[in-house]
Design a binder for this molecule. Structure first.
Ligand code: ATP
Ligand code: MG
Length: 410
């Protein structure tokens, strides 16, 4: 679990601000749900056989009441809230959330025990147009941030075509068990789709020739998948078909997608999502189609770091350097004036040596420094010093706000 200190937080704010602005353009509205939910919600919603529920969840007793868990993902809780508040009566809904998730994994680069996701859920629309819009929105988010992770797309079928495929896959894996790792052998019975996702080198030849679900989709799933592909083509969203892409959670049907980046090393996925048409019903709500994704903020921050783009930071426009009591009083008045005008500025309330104050102005990245003392306070004029170029200009203090408009945020 990490502390995110003020020096790193600009990146997070950039990511979240960009997401909020973009999601609003698509009609997604924010929902905030608790970080603790009943254990049973995840067991039912995410699936008891999944690694997430099975191995990675923080579960605890609440003084003899039902078992609770720290949320390992956001969809189950969001769906619970959707059902609990009868949100379906208002027609299709598009919601998003931002917040911490918890998984008891082995910590490594890009994998933490408390991490943060930005996720969206669209309820009530089964049509492929929604899949297209949502995937394109996520693609749009990356573009706005100036990075281009690769999109991988697959269909994981549905209750019509998947059972027969699973039987075929299980049979194939059992037949080739000798060439698979222990994990794969173990999963063959419990969760054979997950075997396709195995990263162990030795398993690859067998997995590469495994039967492919995309070749065995029922008519409904095939039509849906083709419509998604066409829709993405229409919008110019590039993707690669990955027949072995599955998701770690049980509830997905049809569309599954993931964005990956080389900048992340072995933890290559930055975001993943898919359709979950049966989930709302499974958790006790009315039959409601849905689709969503979740994006890992830590991993996105790593990608942005690797791309070398500096995060836009809040820096003071002006730092007042004061040389006496009259200067300090003047500085407080002028700072109040600038702040009212929306211009970030600061001063060293301790006063002290001018040299030390200039040093502080540099540390906080101020664009200008203004030296104030008795004579400046009396004349109403002071020198504006550019901290980069070191150039100085004399100006009327009353014109300071007008001279320094608020800096545009990146
Ligand atoms: P992975 O295959 O890397 O374990 P996942 O399939 O478990 O990912 P999801 O449940 O789809 O991940 O979560 C969506 C996103 O959340 C991931 O793409 C990743 O960016 C992020 N994420 C998941 N687990 C962690 C973690 N332990 N630490 C940091 N980010 C994570
Ligand atoms: Mg995982």
């Amino acid at each position: 679990m990490n502390d995110i200190l003020p020096g790193a937080v600009a990146r997070w704010q950039q990511i979240e601000r960009t997401a909020r602005e973009l999601f609003a353009l698509y009609g997604y509205r924010e929902v905030r749900t608790p970080v603790v939910e009943p254990y049973a919600l995840f067991a039912r919603g995410v699936g008891e056989a999944t690694d997430i529920v099975n191995k990675e969840m923080y579960v605890f007793e609440d003084k003899g009441e039902e078992k609770l868990a720290l949320r390992p993902e956001g969809t189950a809780g969001t769906v619970r809230a959707y059902i609990e508040h009868g949100a379906h009566v208002d027609g299709p809904q598009k919601w998003f959330y931002i917040g911490p998730m918890f998984r008891r994994e082995r910590p490594q680069k890009g994998r933490y025990r408390q991490f943060h996701q930005i996720g969206v859920e669209s309820f009530g629309v089964a049509e492929p147009a929604m899949d297209v819009e949502q995937v394109a929105m996520l693609d749009d988010l990356f573009r706005r941030l100036g990075v281009v992770p690769a999109l991988e797309l697959n269909s994981v079928g549905d209750a019509v075509c998947r059972p027969a495929y699973l039987a075929e896959l299980r049979e194939y894996l059992a037949r080739n068990a000798a060439g698979l790792c222990d994990d794969c052998r173990d999963r063959t019975g419990k969760n054979p789709l997950r075997v396709l996702d195995c990263k162990v080198e030795g398993c690859q030849p067998i997995l590469a020739s495994a039967p492919r679900l995309v070749d065995r989709l029922c008519e409904g799933c095939r039509g849906h998948f083709e419509a998604v592909e066409k829709g993405l083509d229409d919008l110019g969203v590039k993707y690669r078909l990955n027949p072995r892409l599955v998701r770690g959670l049980d509830y997905y049907v049809r569309t599954a997608f993931e964005f990956t980046s080389d900048a992340l090393g072995s933890q290559s996925a930055v975001a993943g999502g898919g359709r979950y048409d049966g989930l709302v019903e499974t958790l006790g709500g009315p039959p409601t189609p849905g689709i969503g994704f979740a994006l890992g903020e830590e991993r996105l921050a790593l990608i942005l770091e690797a791309s070398g783009r500096p995060a836009p930071e809040d820096r003071p426009e002006v730092f007042f350097v004061t040389v006496d009591d009259a200067g300090r009083r003047e500085a407080l008045r002028r700072a109040a004036e600038l702040r009212r005008a929306g211009i970030p500025c600061d001063l060293d309330a301790r006063g002290g040596k001018a040299k030390a104050q200039f040093k502080q102005a540099e540390r906080v990245g101020a664009r200008y420094a203004v030296v104030l003392g008795q004579s400046e306070a009396e004349s109403g004029q002071a020198k504006l010093k550019d901290m980069q170029s070191r150039e100085e200009a004399l100006l009327d203090l009353s014109g300071l706000a007008a001279r320094l408009r608020p800096s545009p945020r990146g």
